[in-house]
Structure formats: C-alpha cells, structure tokens
Design a protein around this ligand. Structure first.
Ligand SMILES: [Zn+2]
Length: 296
C-alpha cells in the first residue's frame, strides 16, 4: 500500500516526465564551430517544432581553419590565411559565426572550452594525449550536465575517416557520460550525414582502439530526412535551414560546398546507453518526423 506522499511523488514524476517528453532537451558536444551543421535539421526540429532546448559545448575555436579563409579576408578585412594572423583572429570570428548560425537553429547556451585547434589529422590519440586538457574538458562537461536537465547528447559519429578531433571530442563526451551518475542520465547519440541516393548508410561498429565508441547496432537507430517539405506549395524543406546555418560560417570557404550534400541525418545508439534507450530514441524521432513545420 502506497502512502499519499509516495503517490504525490509518483504523480509529480509523471508530470515531470511528460513535460520533458514534450520539450526534449539536447546538449551538443563537438570539436569545432560548424560541426553542428551535420545534424542541423534535427536540432531545428527539436528547438522549433517540438519546443525543445539545445545547448552546445565546443571544445576548440577552429583556428586551424585559417587555410579556408581566403574569401573571408575581404569580409572581415583581416589577412586570415596568414597562419599567425588567422590563429589570432579566427577564435573570436568563429565563435560569432557559430552563434549567428545558432540563432537560426535556436541554440540557447554556448560553452566554449577554448582548447587548441592544431591541425588536421585522422589520429585521435595525439590531441587526447598531448594537446587538449582532457581532465578540464570532462569536468566542464560534468558541470554543464549537472547544471541543467538533458534528455539527449549529440556528437559526431567517430568513423575511421573523420577528423581526429571529431573522434576525440566524441570519445571525451562518451567518457564523461559513462562517469556521470544521475538518475536522469541523457542518452548519447552519434550522428553522420549521408545522401538518400545511397542504398543504406555505411555500417559503424565503433573504433577498435576505443571500445567506449561501440554501438548497439551497426546501422543507425534513427534518422531525419531533410527533404521533409513545408511552406508555400511545399516548396521549402529542412536542407534550406542547414544551408542557412552553413552560410553563417563565412570564414570556412570550403564549408559552403557542403551545402546541399547529404540529406539524411543518421543517429547511432552507443552501447554505454541503457538497454531501454532504443525505445526513447525511437519515440523522439517518431515525434520529429511526424511533427510538421511550425509556422509563427
Ligand atoms: Zn570539424
């Protein structure tokens, strides 16, 4: 027999759970400003169409992107492609570009961890062992997780072919989540963008060297198709939103060529999540796909 206090708390928890089911809350953890563009449409759906919230932790300020800043030199009137100048000015420029794109996406809070963006590499070890302060990064992730409630954490899927910094950011996010003890622990997902013309997405089994990156299924557990149309005569779709966000990253010239490439945002379920996570992921993405574009 339950006491009235127990019943009250059960009711309170039910109301609380329903509230969050209606308003999903997401924490994005990425290596560079612009990595969020890989799952921009899903974030937009959550913040706009589902009335949810999304915050972002960015580990570096992406200053190694100075090589792609030729066009931006005129926009900002700074010789950004000169390495020393680019590395000095790009951190603040790229933060502002991220926040301009974030305003379109409806991002709420930004956490910049100001770690060094050295150079492009496929290797995650070097940055984890010699460049980033991994203790500080994990502590900051824990602080953010403790400060707010999150239902999901989004990361880039650490495929073999992706930038070592992307792999490292995801490995640290997974490691922080694994050590995070809370009854309301968020579900952490890995995302890649692929083209709908492909028969099916490339299977992913995790990085051999980092077992923490293992996933429940080789194929994604969820997806959102950016081609979902809306607006006058259904002429608009969510690729346009992703392209608008990409356009804000003006210092990253080559990034603009990514606009229009890839229309399916795929999400993998990491094995560190609880067994019942699959159902929660399915529920979220069913809602994302079935909820229409919300006109003001
Ligand atoms: Zn990146």
């Amino acid at each position: 027999m339950k006491s009235s206090i127990q019943i009250f708390f059960i009711l309170l928890l039910t109301v609380y759970a329903k509230l969050f089911a209606q308003n999903p809350s997401v924490l994005i953890i990425t290596a560079h400003p612009d990595d969020e563009t890989g799952f921009a449409a899903t974030i937009y759906k959550i913040t706009h169409d589902l009335n949810g919230k999304a915050d972002i932790i960015v580990i570096t300020n992406g200053e190694a992107g100075y090589k792609y800043s030729s066009i931006a030199e005129d926009i900002y009137n700074i010789q950004l492609t000169k390495e020393a100048i680019g590395r000095e000015y790009l951190p603040s420029i790229r933060k502002k570009e991220l926040m301009s794109g974030g305003a379109i996406l409806g991002l709420r809070d930004y956490y910049f961890l100001d770690q060094k963006d050295t150079y492009y590499t496929l290797d995650a070890d070097s940055v984890l062992q010699h460049v980033w302060d991994t203790t500080f990064i994990k502590r900051r992730i824990h602080q953010v997780l403790y400060s707010k409630h999150y239902d999901f954490v989004f990361t880039l899927l650490p495929t073999n072919s992706t930038h070592g910094h992307h792999k490292a950011a995801t490995i640290l996010a997974l490691s922080a989540l694994k050590d995070y003890s809370s009854p309301s622990k968020p579900i952490i997902l890995g995302c890649t963008l692929a083209d709908s013309t492909a028969i099916k997405p490339e299977p992913f089994v995790g990085l051999q060297k980092y077992p923490i990156t293992a996933v429940y299924n080789e194929l994604p557990s969820a997806q959102f198709n950016r081609n979902q149309s809306f607006g006058y005569n259904n002429k608009l779709n969510y690729s346009i939103i992703a392209n608008l966000v990409i356009a804000e990253h003006k210092s990253q010239g080559a990034m603009q060529l990514a606009a229009g490439k890839g229309d399916i945002e795929y999400f993998w379920n990491y094995s560190i999540n609880s067994q019942d996570s699959e159902l929660n992921i399915k529920q979220l993405f069913d809602r994302i796909s079935s909820t229409p574009f919300k006109q003001k």
